[in-house]
Design a protein around this ligand. Structure first.
Ligand code: F6R
Length: 352
């Protein structure tokens, strides 16, 4: 199968998407500085946090919610639609996250927050969202331009973690973010393009080639599994699916027996050794059941001592695996034709 040297990657990855992944450590630390520079102060929001965002801009919030888990002290809800939930109001912080600042669902949700008198915080590179926030006096976390939104995951994750803290919904995890940035530096050497061809990330990409990946995890690894799925979709232009344990043990697990009759599915188990011991056991048992119909079954163990480190290690591995998967099938990781087509058709359609 094709090689994954820097030259081979560059031949397919026309805009250097892999370089953005390799800069994750810098993005995590720069994001902390950018949150500070927004001037945002803690909000009096006993109702907790609503994050309004779509796609790559929502993925940071999904990861943040997954890694905060039982440390959340107030609700943290992800609103990925045009309108906020009915309970949004003056006691809930609405954090609008849109890389471009022009995503129509997020703009609509922002306007809904204004109508409901909800305090607001924005993270974006600009666009109509920043124009509205500036006009309203809402603080803005300035995100650097020039990335694909999904490549700005370090910024999206850190700004969502900090928004949770500012909403009084979670403790500060700044020291964990700093530790994660240091861990990323070493993992990039182990999994990056200069690593041997049989290194973990390259080997996983090769083993999944030609399959429909189903990525499964519990707790923080569940959030990472959804990120892997989205990155397989957007970077490798492939169908991919994600599921959460323990829920998948009550339905999805039944389907594996028949999977091989229908197509070639692979099973990727993302595992946090510090998860609830029953979830650790479930990961092992479920991978065994999946092996009846999935080929291959790949089990990945998160690295690091703190939850943010373990989450970020899984995110980094998935981002690299999906770029390698794109290269192996000759698909330029920057291209997202399906997303572009729907956005173009919507912008040409009148808003009723
Ligand atoms: C593209 C990507 C998409 C966008 C989504 C929302 O790289 O990740 O999922 O994030 O279409 O756009 P933004 O992030 O500009 O609000």
């Amino acid at each position: 199968m094709g090689s994954l040297t820097r030259e081979a990657i560059a031949a397919v990855d026309s805009t250097g998407q892999i370089d953005e992944v390799l800069e994750l450590s810098e993005h995590l630390t720069d994001a902390l500085w950018r949150v500070d520079s927004s001037g945002a102060r803690p909000f009096d929001t006993p109702g907790g946090l609503i994050v309004a965002g779509m796609g790559g801009s929502a993925s940071g919030a999904r990861l943040a919610r997954g890694v905060l888990g039982s440390r959340l002290t107030r609700p943290m809800y992800i609103s990925d639609d045009y309108l906020l939930p009915g309970w949004a109001g003056p006691s809930t912080l609405v954090f609008a996250s849109s890389y471009s600042g022009n995503t129509e669902e997020t703009l609509s949700a922002y306007d809904d927050a204004v109508d409901r008198g909800a305090p607001r915080l924005v993270a974006s590179t600009g666009g109509a969202l920043v124009a509205r926030a500036r006009a309203d006096g809402a603080p803005v976390v300035p995100i650097p331009g020039g990335f694909q939104p999904r490549a700005a995951i370090g910024y999206a994750l850190v700004s969502a973690l900090e928004a949770a803290f500012l909403a009084g919904a979670a403790p500060s995890v700044r020291s964990e973010i700093e530790a994660a940035a240091a861990l990323v530096d070493s993992l990039v050497l182990e999994w990056g393009p200069d690593a041997p061809e049989d290194s973990e990330a390259k080997s996983i990409a090769r083993s999944l080639h030609g399959t429909v990946p189903v990525i499964v995890g519990a707790e923080l690894a569940s959030a990472a599994a959804y990120r892997w799925k989205c990155q397989f979709n957007e970077n490798a232009e492939l169908p991919a699916f994600a599921a959460s344990l323990p829920e998948a043990d009550h339905n999805e697990v039944v389907g594996w027996e028949a999977a091989a009759e229908l197509g070639r599915f692979s099973y990727v188990s993302l595992e946090d050794p510090e998860a609830h011991p029953r979830n650790v056991l479930r990961a092992e048992l479920t991978a065994e059941v999946a092996s009846a119909g999935a080929d291959p079954v790949v089990r990945v163990t998160a690295r690091g001592s703190t939850p943010v480190e373990r989450l970020v290690s899984l995110v980094l591995l998935g981002d690299l695996v999906t770029i390698y998967a794109a290269v192996l099938r000759g698909a330029d990781p920057v291209d997202i034709p399906g997303i572009d087509a729907v956005k173009a058709a919507l912008s040409a359609a009148p808003v009723s």
